[in-house]
Structure formats: structure tokens, C-alpha cells
Design a protein around this ligand. Structure first.
Ligand code: PXL
Length: 254
């Protein structure tokens, strides 16, 4: 059986983070492995506390796991701290892990800061060069590239800037101009645009589910373009059939 590892934060709602990633891996028939990099206290409308996991302990979790089971693909989500980013990078480099997907989680859908000061630069330096794919949304892409995104052309310019930090492929998600969704994929040679229908509403964990689905597809041996097409279909259904369980954002039906 193919395996995928998520190194990310815990979300008690199960809508994002580690819990969501494992559900998505399972949906694709890929065995989910996980190492917790941070804990959050949250519900469907707020994140009110974050506890970081000690970097040495994260490295220990990863070493123990990966020395036994070598994952076919790896994703990083909310790492939160500089020490967690460094621990993840050390293991990924040390074991030469392939099919790395980085979701550069910076803020939550409810507006909370999910990264400590200075961590974004370390993420760019340590992890981006190891990545097969990075999956920022347009807000993260703007924050990381320093390019103000107001049009499709801006998304393309941001992707080109992000490519310079070393990932093999940049996928910028969640462009929504003219009531359509848009994913832009740039691999250094070609720009691919994949459009889709935009579904109204506020949904928690869409970035996590998107990057986890890409990771699962890469674990199964798909190309990035195939992975994005499969992932878009999956996301459409998960959003259309979302659960209204809490008082805040809706939770994806994964
Ligand atoms: O959606 C970003 C995200 C990622 N990881 C964790 C989160 C969130 C958003 O709340 O809680 C653990």
C-alpha cells in the first residue's frame, strides 16, 4: 500500500490540519502517517491558542517513524515554529524523501496567525528548495512573493517569483476572478491554468484538503497535472456536500 506522511498542526474540529490530511489520504486509498508539529485550540469560528511542539521532539517523532516506514509522499502544513521547520527539513534532507508538498500555512481561514515571527523566511530557505510542489493560496502567494495580486497576470508573476525559491512546481490556489476558481500551475517552463466553478460559502480547511489530495495523488505516482485535475474534482464534491456542524465555517465532506 502506498503511504503519505503529513507533518502539520492538530485541528480538533477535524476540518483542517493533521486530522483532515489523514481523512483525505484515506479517501484516496493511501495510508496516512502523521507527525504533529503544533497543537491548536479551535472550533469552526476561532483559533484561540497554539502550543508548539519542541523541535527536538518533532525530529524524534520523524526519525522513529521514517526509519521504519519510508513514505511515498510527504506534506507539510502548519509547522508554526522555526524549530519545527528546521526539524522537518533535516529529516526530509537526511532521508532524501521525495514527492514533498509544502502548504505554506500562514493564517487560518478564521484570521488567526498560524506562523511565528520570522518563520516564513526559514520556510522559504529550508523547505522550498526541497519541494516538488508548493501550494500557496493567493493571499499566501502575495505575502511570500511581495507581489500584490489583483489580476490573473499578477498570479502568474507571483508564481514566477516563488519558483525562484527553489520548488519544482508552484501551484497557486483560490484565484477567483469572474466568479470562477482558478488554479495556476508553473513548473519553470509552462503556465497551466485550471478553472472551475466557484461554490458560495465559507469553508474551513480547503487549503489543507487541497494539498493533502495532491500529496496522495503523487504518492500514487501521478504527474502534478493529473494530481491537480483529480484534486479539483475531489474538492468540488467535498465543498458541495460540506457539513454544517458548528456555529462558524462549514466543514468539508471528505
Ligand atoms: O487551514 C489552515 C490550517 C492548517 N492547519 C491547522 C489549522 C488551520 C486552520 O485553522 O488549524 C492545524
Amino acid at each position: 500500500m502506498k503511504t503519505a506522511l503529513t507533518i502539520a498542526g492538530s485541528d480538533p474540529t477535524g476540518g483542517a490540519g493533521i486530522q483532515a490530511d489523514i481523512k483525505v489520504f484515506n479517501h484516496f486509498g493511501v495510508y496516512g502517517l502523521s507527525a504533529v508539529a503544533a497543537l491548536t485550540s479551535q472550533n469552526t469560528y476561532e483559533v484561540n491558542a497554539i502550543l508548539k511542539v519542541d523541535g527536538v521532539f518533532l525530529e524524534r517523532q520523524l526519525n522513529t517513524l521514517v526509519s521504519d516506514i519510508r513514505p511515498d509522499a510527504v506534506k507539510t502544513g502548519m509547522l508554526f515554529s522555526i524549530e519545527a521547520i528546521k526539524a522537518a527539513a533535516k529529516i526530509i534532507r537526511g532521508y532524501e524523501l521525495e514527492n514533498l508538498v509544502i502548504d505554506p500555512v500562514t493564517i487560518s481561514s478564521t484570521g488567526a496567525n498560524l506562523m511565528e515571527d520570522g518563520a516564513l523566511d526559514i520556510l522559504k530557505e529550508e523547505l522550498f528548495p526541497l519541494a516538488k510542489v508548493i501550494t500557496p493560496n493567493i493571499y499566501e502567494a502575495a505575502a511570500i512573493s511581495g507581489i500584490n495580486i489583483e489580476s490573473e497576470k499578477d498570479i502568474e508573476r507571483a508564481a514566477m517569483k516563488l519558483k525562484q525559491f527553489g520548488p519544482e512546481t508552484v501551484i497557486i490556489t483560490g484565484g477567483h476572478f469572474d466568479k470562477k476558481t482558478l488554479e495556476l500551475i508553473y513548473n519553470g517552463e509552462n503556465v497551466n491554468l485550471i478553472g472551475g466553478e466557484k461554490i458560495k460559502g465559507e469553508y474551513h480547511g480547503t487549503g489543507c484538503a487541497f494539498s493533502a489530495a495532491i500529496t496522495a495523488c503523487l504518492a500514487k505516482g501521478m504527474t502534478v497535472i493529473e494530481a491537480v485535475k483529480k484534486t479539483k474534482k475531489f474538492m468540488n464534491a467535498a465543498i458541495k456536500n460540506a457539513h454544517t456542524i458548528g456555529k462558524g465555517m462549514r466543514l468539508l465532506n471528505v
